[in-house]
Write a protein that binds this ligand. Structure first.
Ligand code: HEM
Length: 475
């Protein structure tokens, strides 16, 4: 009754009947139906307009003009929402788990300089080297065996090696090892699985803290990750520190030699699956649409693989500050990402069905957007579902600016992805090498567009349950 009484600070805001009364409405879609609240949020926007109260305390917004108000930078403080802070175990000590704006700034300021564009440019040679090793391994394994290769697993070995090499001074060696196992991705998924349970029953997060003591009874893949987070990573950090103190500093200092903390786990988790899935989806579409691959190969040939507008020039692997002429990273975190303005009233002005809307959003209200909704905004990205990187080449400056405002794959503002430049660098360096060396020999194996299409959320966008992955054979 309190939640829908006229005295509730969000009473004036359009709402469906049930969602503002009880958290159970969200739980029905996320916990029972399995990560489907984003789709329900999209349906609500179609009925109720650009600002909707999606549960008792939270608003969801579907108006790109309001993006910078939600995800602001500078002196305007933005907290995260406790309800969707679903991380447990060692990651709770990381910047991504910091709810309070000032605590987040403190944690992030220690890491910022390691992920600046200038710093990431220095990694280009290492990434090129790993990309070549990845291609060699794909061709070797692919041509020697009839077994299809699971592409995300292969790419995740590659991205784990990039980020671990940068964090600890030496890569985990997942690419150098003979097969694609062991790796991080299966275990990461197993740990994400209880996410919607934690969303509804946050006290259960304590179970993850018990995991080290019950590790020996766990699924071996989860056990591996638990051991990694609680034993091996701290050990690597200590080793790096010892070597540094003994004067055995490598040429380019690794992050955790200079800066120690609970972040290592979150960096590996954040840097592995995200870029790997983006590479997988691009690869899928290039194999699925050979005309596109031919076009890309022609451009790479014509420019000596250095200046294709579809993939960034390898000599300058990072995009310009406005990435107006390259394909954007695809949807990789589909979960809505709410922010709270703790000290400001925000005024929303918009319209819906010829009606002017003005809402004053009180301080302390969680309000968020979802990339799964933004990136399929048909007024900004007409015919948004097909993979058409050309839309960025065909658009004029005004349209490009509109598309960029709507894009939130890395989120925006003070909590924007720390590894954005590293992700871009990895993609721009790796795609031309793959497109020239491996993709002409690669064929999809029992894989259709449904295997890469968004079906539901598990923090990341997950395809339909029955998928066997994106599988390829290489001749
Ligand atoms: C295509 C690749 C990637 C995508 C789409 C992506 C997306 C995102 C998004 C949406 C967030 C915001 C999460 C939130 O608000 O809670 C985020 C945060 C973060 N990402 Fe990425 N990411 C990518 C690659 C990477 C890589 C390679 C790293 C390597 C270190 C990384 C490290 C981080 C970290 C540390 C944060 C937390 C930042 C903070 O809380 O201030 N990400 N990422």
């Amino acid at each position: 009754v309190v939640n829908i009484s006229p005295f509730h600070p969000l009473y004036q805001i359009t709402r469906p009947k049930l969602a503002p009364i009880t958290f159970l409405y969200e739980a029905w879609f996320d916990l029972i139906l399995g990560g489907r609240y984003s789709l329900e949020n999209q349906r609500m926007h179609e009925i109720y307009g650009p600002v909707v109260r999606i549960h008792p305390e939270e608003l969801h917004i579907n108006d790109i003009a309001f993006t910078d108000e939600i995800y602001s930078t500078g002196k305007r403080r933005r907290n995260k929402q406790v309800h969707l802070n679903l991380f447990a175990g060692p990651i709770t000590e990381a910047m991504v788990s910091a709810v309070d704006h000032d605590l987040h700034r403190l944690r992030r300021s220690a890491a910022n300089k390691f992920f600046s564009r200038a710093q990431i440019t220095k990694l280009e040679a290492d990434i090129e080297d790993l990309a070549d090793q990845l291609c060699d391994k794909l061709i070797n394994i692919g041509t020697k065996s009839e077994e299809p290769i699971d592409l995300v697993t292969a790419y995740s070995c590659f991205t784990s090696d990039i980020i671990s090499g940068y964090c600890f001074g030496e890569p985990f060696g997942f690419i150098r090892q003979k097969s694609w196992e062991p790796n991080f991705r299966h275990a990461l998924h197993s740990l994400l699985t209880p996410m919607h349970v934690f969303q509804s029953f946050p006290l259960l997060k304590a179970i993850v803290d018990l995991m080290p003591s019950v590790a020996k009874w766990l699924d071996p893949r989860v056990k591996g990750l638990v051991e990694e987070g609680n034993e091996k990573m701290p050990a690597r950090v200590h080793k790096a520190r010892r070597e540094y103190q003994a004067g055995e500093a490598p040429e380019r200092p690794a992050i955790f030699i200079l800066w120690l903390g609970g972040e290592s786990y979150s960096f590996i988790a954040a840097g592995t699956e995200t870029t790997a899935w983006t590479l997988t989806v691009i690869t899928f579409h290039l194999c699925h649409n050979p005309t596109l691959l031919d076009k890309l190969a022609d451009e790479l040939d014509a420019t000596d693989a250095l200046t294709s507008p579809l993939v960034r020039p390898r000599k300058t692997p990072l995009p310009p500050r406005r990435h107006s002429r390259g394909p954007p990273p695809l949807l990789r975190v589909s979960q809505r990402l709410p922010r709270i303005a703790p000290d400001e009233h925000l005024t929303y002005r918009g319209e819906f069905k010829d009606r002017e809307l003005t809402y004053v959003i009180p301080p302390g209200t969680p309000m968020g957007m979802s990339s799964v909704i933004n990136h399929h905004n048909e007024s900004v990205f007409p015919d948004s579902h097909p993979f058409r990187p050309e839309r960025w080449l065909e658009a004029d400056e005004t349209q490009c600016r509109r598309m960029e405002t709507c894009l939130i794959p890395f989120s925006k503002g003070s909590h924007q992805c720390l590894g954005m430049s590293l992700a871009y660098c990895s993609l721009y360096v790796t795609l031309p090498v793959l497109a020239l060396r491996v993709l002409p020999r690669m064929r999809l194996y029992q894989t259709t567009v449904e295997d890469v299409a968004y079906d539901h959320d598990l923090w990341f966008p997950i395809p339909k349950e029955s998928t066997k992955g994106v599988r390829v054979v290489i001749s």
